[in-house]
Design a protein around this ligand. Structure first.
Ligand code: NDP
Ligand code: GDP
Length: 329
């Protein structure tokens, strides 16, 4: 069998790290796009945490630089391309709407162009998002639910989503789009609500802080584990035909419920520690999301394997371990 070689943009992020691990375990030659940072010593901390930093070949580049993407594509000659890079934090997208549009939106056009020009037979995955459903138009969201983006991030993702479909239909690229609902892990960015909660619970348990300030406790999300979700990305690229898939658990829970589970796991009561601070509210909120993963189950044979309770416990335990060992993550 020909060598399977994957190029992952966003390789230093949460999903990039788990996907790298998954693909290495499948025998892939894994390459990643790395944007230059002054903090070079910590940029690959997630890959290090998973023990795979020395197994992934990194290439200097940026999603906003088409010429660099073309050179990287020529150097790697990938059989599969996973576009995970993005300005991915919704709240920051109101602060940096143009940057978010340039990376999370136009960046998708750049990488699709690089694939079309250099390796049109490579299979392509686009990291679309449940945030595109925004002001939800159906109680449970599926591939046929109309979109209603509520942030510059979601609007940029919608552009990337439709460009992926357009390149499939216009040029015959094997380009799939995964509409992934929120997925978390010990490697989740510290600014996202789940990791912010589990990090704070660990610190409170260890006597390092006393309170946790949060925004909208009533927001509801469909939270799964990133380790499960990267498998769905890979499965999409193993199908004969490219398509769009919702990837979700089908269970909706509130920020308050997530918080309760995290505090209870270490024998504490969230009401003794959580305060609401309006600085964490958003200009327009996505109040609730829950996905219908029936198509992914039927066509990919994929289901979420980690329960919300297991996810919360793993994240809290990992944060306690990290703080006790003074590790960077
Ligand atoms: P992260 O924020 O953890 O990772 C984002 C990655 O993109 C990082 O590697 C980052 O690099 C890289 N990046 C940012 N800007 C650029 C740029 N201009 N050029 C090249 N690389 C860049 O996100 P996740 O791993 O959580 O998510 C992966 C993808 O899936 C994202 O596109 C996200 O929007 C999408 N998604 C995520 C969901 C989730 O719940 N996690 C849900 C639905 C979609 P650096 O390390 O240098 O910052
Ligand atoms: P998102 O779904 O991609 O925006 O992921 P986040 O984890 O950033 O936010 C999930 C939900 O938690 C949103 O509805 C937020 O408004 C809500 N939330 C409540 N408090 C906070 C907080 O302190 N930080 C973040 N990031 N979100 C919060």
């Amino acid at each position: 069998m020909a060598e399977r070689r994957a190029l992952i943009t966003g390789v230093t992020g949460q999903d990039g790290a788990y996907l790298s691990k998954f693909l290495l375990d499948q025998g892939y030659d894994v390459h990643g796009l790395l944007r230059r940072s002054a903090s070079a010593d910590v940029i690959d901390s997630r890959l290090k945490w998973l023990g795979i930093a020395d197994k992934v070949t990194l290439h200097d580049g940026n999603l906003t630089d088409l010429s660099g993407l073309i050179r990287t594509m020529e150097a790697v000659a990938p059989s599969e391309v996973y576009n995970l890079a993005a300005q991915s934090f919704v709240k920051s997208s109101w602060q940096q709407p143009l940057l978010t549009g340039a990376v999370t939106g136009l960046g998708v056009a750049n990488i699709l162009e690089a694939v079309r020009i250099v390796c049109p037979t490579a299979r392509f995955y686009q990291a679309s998002s449940s945030e595109m459903f925004g002001l939800v138009q159906a109680p449970v969201q599926s591939e046929t639910t109309p979109f209603y983006p509520r942030s510059p991030y979601a609007a940029a993702k919608l552009y990337g989503h439709w460009m992926t479909i357009n390149y499939r239909e216009s040029f015959g690229l094997h380009a799939s789009s995964g509409i992934l609902f929120n997925h978390e892990s010990p490697l989740r960015g510290i600014e996202f609500v789940t990791r912010k909660i589990t990090d704070a619970v660990a610190r409170i348990k260890l006597g390092m802080q006393t309170t946790l300030a949060l925004g909208n406790l009533n927001a509801k999300r469909d939270w799964g584990h990133a380790r499960d979700y990267v498998k769905a990305m890979w499965l999409m690229l193993q199908q004969d035909d490219s398509d769009d898939y919702v990837v979700a658990t089908g269970r909706r829970a509130s920020v308050r419920e997530f918080c309760t589970l995290a505090f209870e796991h270490v024998g504490l009561n969230m009401d003794d520690h959580v305060v609401v601070d309006s600085q964490y509210f958003r200009p327009s909120e996505v109040e609730q999301l829950v996905g219908d993963p029936s198509k992914a189950k039927a066509k990919l044979g994929w289901t979420a394997e980690t329960s919300l309770e297991e996810l919360v416990c793993e994240m809290v335990d990992s944060d306690i371990e990290r703080l006790q060992s003074h590790s960077r993550l």
